[in-house]
Design a protein around this ligand. Structure first.
Ligand SMILES: CC(C)(COP(=O)(O)OP(=O)(O)OC[C@H]1O[C@@H](n2cnc3c(N)ncnc32)[C@H](O)[C@@H]1OP(=O)(O)O)[C@@H](O)C(=O)NCCC(=O)NCCS
Length: 184
């Protein structure tokens, strides 16, 4: 697996089709889907989703792995506008025992470094105002609140406002590029 960005304990790689079964499992975890939603509509559609993302220049999905190659989450850049240099970030730490231990912050930092190297200048995200661990993670990773959005009803989360948060990206920073991890 080629590493596209790295933190101390996490590396980001392309998502491999062999990861899809794990992602489908996270889609069944209410603690994940309440605020992050589902990636795809069941394992049967996963490969189709993966192929479609790969052919979409405005969408990047990366696996978040421990340094021994285990996939523990995923991070997406969506609605990428290469001309304006901005994209929306979405993240999940799918494996419960890896949450609230700083892996999310590291993965957001690594994704921001990757985005900067790809030429993006600004990342933004939307987060439910009740999702305190996520908000804290994003603040620690250099995002700032820049607005409050009125949300419509979302199936798993109900009705609640969203914070719009953003991070202006510095010039490209140190990368984990060129490193390789063994897939397992
Ligand atoms: C949101 C998410 C990506 C954050 O990743 P993470 O690895 O759990 O986050 P981190 O450990 O880097 O940071 C979490 C912070 O919240 C704090 N925290 C944890 N539970 C908390 C709570 N109930 N209330 C307030 N803060 C809390 C942690 O102490 C930590 O802060 P610290 O670094 O100052 O100690 C991850 O929890 C996740 O995937 N959750 C489920 C899906 C989701 O909500 N995705 C985001 C949708 S916008």
């Amino acid at each position: 697996m080629d590493v596209v960005s790295a933190g101390n304990r996490v590396v980001l790689t392309a998502l491999d089709p062999r990861d899809l079964e794990t992602l489908a499992r996270w889609d069944e975890d209410a603690d994940v889907t309440r605020f992050a939603g589902r990636r795809f509509a069941g394992l049967a559609t996963a490969l189709q989703w993966w192929r479609q993302v790969r052919s979409d220049a405005r969408h990047v999905v990366l696996a978040i792995r421990t340094r021994d190659g285990r996939v523990i989450g995923d991070v997406e850049l969506v609605h990428i506008d290469w001309l304006r240099g901005e994209a929306e970030l979405r993240i999940r730490i799918g494996e419960p025992r890896f949450r609230s231990r700083g892996y999310g912050r590291e993965a957001v930092e690594a994704a921001a470094a990757y985005a900067a190297r790809r030429g993006l200048r600004r990342l933004y995200l939307r987060v439910d105002v009740r999702n305190e661990p996520a908000i804290r993670c994003y603040l620690r990773a250099g995002f700032r609140k820049s607005g409050r959005l009125k949300a419509g009803h979302r199936p798993a989360a109900g009705v609640a406002d969203l914070y719009l948060m953003e991070r202006i990206l510095a010039m490209a920073t140190a990368s984990g590029e060129g490193v390789s991890v063994k897939f397992r």
